[in-house]
Design a protein around this ligand. Structure first.
Ligand code: SF4
Ligand code: SF4
Ligand code: SF4
Length: 355
């Protein structure tokens, strides 16, 4: 099936926050940060329609995508729906600061899935996630979530895990539970920043502890969705992982920058990674650079070839594969985690399948 998944950055690197760990700033600082022009929107939608996907998924991300304004999204969504015949799904990742009733009503109307960035309780979240004046944004984020709930918008919580909060996942879990958040996604902070970068030891500890918490909820019949665990258990149920980092191969989506430039992955958005532009003839057709990017991800390290957990792990995300793009720097963390949790994951898979 010809499926097209696009991660669109309508407001480029523009953001109304100044998070201490923002990895996107480094890639976007050298560029012109402007909202996607109506010409580029037209061109993008024309090229999507020409591609003729059997299924289309559009994920808006930033910077902070809502800075493009609600009018931008109303126009974009309406135009896409008019232009393609296939099923379309929309999602948007936000820091939550601008979300109000009108945004939430729009999200509900078009069945958006919203990812809200929140690292944990006030102490944890405020370490890095602050506005440009250094002020906590937690009250706005919680208010955004209650507005989303009021409008019955589907949302999940996206948390960055670094060396410090990895060790204290219990506090974060407790806090999320207190607020009734049942769909969680944890992203390891892997960029090289001393004291922030998640070390393999802390990551292993985090994976084990978060699994214990997840499994405990399952035993109490209070299931909480945690993306990486759902993916692992899903594989044991015979499903394909939906997270590209767990597929063992890249190339499942394209990033479309506000100026129309196309990149192969959100973590490969430097000038040298550029694949082309929506202004090219067939921007979503495979080109040599894209092919190389995908092929590199298929190289399997000899240790992975022999690993009993390869079916679950598949070598992990390419950007964490050091040693000539082949060995994952978190290998020991994954291996230790699988040794610890595989039996319970298999049991959970059986329960989900057969009750
Ligand atoms: S909200 Fe996102 S884009 Fe904005 S500063 Fe924070 S991490 Fe960066
Ligand atoms: S580098 Fe990682 S996040 Fe990027 S496409 Fe490959 S697996 Fe996915
Ligand atoms: S646990 Fe390590 S050796 Fe096993 S598949 Fe994952 S990265 Fe490869």
């Amino acid at each position: 099936m010809k499926r097209l998944t696009l991660l669109v950055k309508p407001a480029a690197g523009l953001c109304n926050m100044n998070c201490g760990y923002c990895f996107y700033r480094a890639a976007s600082d050298s560029r012109k940060n402007e909202v996607m022009s109506s010409e580029t929107v037209d061109e993008l939608i024309r090229k999507i329609a020409a591609f003729g996907p059997a299924k289309l998924a559009v994920l808006f991300q930033g910077g902070e995508p809502t800075l493009a304004g609600l009018g931008f999204f109303q126009n974009f969504v309406c135009r896409v729906k008019e232009s393609v015949l296939c099923p379309v799904s929309f999602s948007l990742q936000t820091n939550g600061v601008l979300i109000d009733d009108s945004w939430a009503a729009f999200f509900r109307k078009h069945n958006f899935l919203i990812g809200v960035s929140l690292d944990g309780n006030r102490r944890i979240n405020d370490r890095y996630r602050r506005d440009k004046y250094g002020v906590s944004v937690l009250p706005q984020v919680l208010s955004a979530i209650s507005v989303l709930r009021k409008h019955r918008v589907h949302f999940n919580i996206l948390s960055v895990i670094d060396d410090e909060n990895a060790a204290d996942i219990e506090s974060t879990w407790k806090y999320f539970k207190k607020h009734g958040f049942r769909f969680l996604q944890f992203i390891p902070y892997v960029d090289d920043v001393p004291g922030v970068t998640l070390s393999p030891e802390k990551y292993e500890d985090f994976l084990k502890k978060s699994f214990d918490l997840w499994y405990g909820e399952l035993l109490r019949e209070e299931y909480v969705s945690v993306r990486h665990i759902d993916n692992y258990v899903g594989v044991l149920m015979g499903r394909s992982p939906e997270s590209c980092a767990m597929c063992g191969v890249c190339g499942s989506y394209f990033v479309v920058e506000a100026n129309g430039d196309i990149f192969p992955c959100d973590f490969y958005c430097k000038d040298e990674d550029r694949l082309g532009s929506v202004y090219d003839d067939q921007p979503f057709a495979e080109n040599e650079k894209q092919r190389r990017f995908v092929e590199e991800s298929k190289i399997i390290h000899e240790q992975c070839e022999k690993c009993r957990y390869y079916v679950l792990c598949r070598g992990g995300c390419k950007r964490n594969r050091t040693d000539g793009f082949t060995k994952n720097k978190y290998c020991e963390a994954y291996y230790g985690f699988f040794e610890y949790a595989a039996e319970r994951m298999e049991r959970a898979a059986e329960v989900f399948l057969h009750g």
